[in-house]
Design a protein around this ligand. Sequence first.
Ligand SMILES: [Zn+2]
Length: 109
Amino acid sequence: MSGRKKVSSEIENELFFKSKRRCCICYCIENDLREKQGQIAHLDKNKNNNNIDNLAFLCLQHHDKYDTRTSQSKNYTKAEVKIYRALLLGGTKQERKYGRLPSIFTKHN
Ligand SMILES: [Zn+2]
């Protein structure tokens, strides 16, 4: 599409920094805190809506799954991913502040 707007580098950097390049679905569902090869997903599936509230850093696998429409099984919903994103951003913020992981993760170790 010729009219498609790109996510600005400022917004990209903010997302990378705030998420620590972690995928919020990996983080919340699999307790996977590792850095991921990922992409910026548009939560409302509108590639022109580059409002930061509409964007999330997702790993390739979850981005693919999120964007796939399947009638066989319930896919991740926008509201669900927004909650995962909020938990991820809250968690990484707490790590930066206190230098440790939120207790929901440390009790598994
Ligand atoms: Zn993921």
